[in-house]
Design a protein around this ligand. Sequence first.
Ligand SMILES: Cc1cc2nc3c(=O)[nH]c(=O)nc-3n(C[C@H](O)[C@H](O)[C@H](O)COP(=O)(O)OP(=O)(O)OC[C@H]3O[C@@H](n4cnc5c(N)ncnc54)[C@H](O)[C@@H]3O)c2cc1C
Length: 391
Amino acid sequence: MDLQFTPEQEAFRAEIRAWLAENLERTWTEETRDAAHDADSLVELRRAWQRKLHEAGYIGMGWPEEWGGRGAGEVEQAILEAELYAHDAPLIPNFLGISLLGPALIHHGTEEQRRRFIPKMLSCDEIWCQGFSEPGSGSDLASLRMRAERDGDDWRIYGQKVWTTFGPWADWIFVLARTDPDDRYGGISFFLVPLDQPGVEMRPLKQITGESEFGEVFLDGAVAKSEHLVGALGEGWKIAMTVLGYERGAAALRYPAEFGRQIECLTSVVAERGGLDSDDVREKLGRLVVENEVMQANGLRTLANLEAGLPPGPESSIEKIFWSEFHQRLTDVALDLLGPQGQLATGAPQALAGVDWAYQYLWSRAGTIYSGTSEIQRNIIAKRALRMPTS
Ligand SMILES: Cc1cc2nc3c(=O)[nH]c(=O)nc-3n(C[C@H](O)[C@H](O)[C@H](O)COP(=O)(O)OP(=O)(O)OC[C@H]3O[C@@H](n4cnc5c(N)ncnc54)[C@H](O)[C@@H]3O)c2cc1C
């Protein structure tokens, strides 16, 4: 395993830093604290940011050139992600389209589907959301009940999806729907459905953070055109598994970069208050730094394997458990050390600069649930890495 970056990779990091210095005028924390912004204007700001990145060639970088990418390797993509997070850049609105649907269309879609959907996905003219989970079908996704029925050449979709990230702003949703009630896996198909049509109701869900970035969506006879079935009929499960594989393997250096920045901000506030004189405080901060380094080393191991052409293994489950549980530990320590000032809500005049700790604390609760819960990840490690007997 070679953990060193090549001179070309370091040059790429320098290129990204120079680009960010020129183009990132305000950090995401600064933008969200600006009282002039409401939820819609923050989405427009994120859309503009995605366009800037796209014009610079930084969206879908690993995709083939034919589809707007530059065939970049895993390491370059990881460096880009790490730099964006280290600089507290806004998250692009179309991250589900870019990280999940785009690769699915490149691997399983038709030429016509790629031509129709990929350019607008990259430029953020169309925002996508992911309709997999249903009430009662999250971890056990294959139990899903949304169904698609033939209507001439097209399909009509009936059922409910939930926890639909970015649903309230999305133009399209990619859904898994049942086309055969008697075949658990082979009876699931993958459809692309426009949200602006009769038979669609999107209800925003209020979150613990106060935002409504998620929705639950009800489809009651909404139409999916025949040409918007991805892959063959009954191939939805296979496609979904490849798609979720991308989601699990994508973030090798992102979280150490994001949390590293947060730990630095925390340390500087504590130091200003004279807190570093305490052994107990130094131990707490030191532990965070070390754990973040461990996470970085595991991310580098994943990247080294991917560079060597090995498939993503159980390291991605280890990473998922580690970053999501570490984020909760980090925000617990931060609120403990910062006291009441750390709990001030976004926009409060005395809120600390750099990190919105109250928001981070609340948001970190979701990390151990989405993209596969900690329990499910532990099951994967037990089965695939430790080869433990399972019932
Ligand atoms: C912030 C956020 C964003 C999300 N965005 C999306 C999205 O955009 N699109 C989408 O489709 N979904 C989305 N989800 C849904 C997410 O994928 C599910 O919440 C997740 O898969 C868990 O499913 P569930 O909520 O139904 O919980 P359940 O599966 O009902 O699990 C409940 C509890 O039981 C445990 N459990 C379940 N099965 C097992 C088992 N076999 N062994 C041990 N323990 C088990 C779980 O770990 C959990 O603690 C999002 C969720 C969150 C929190």
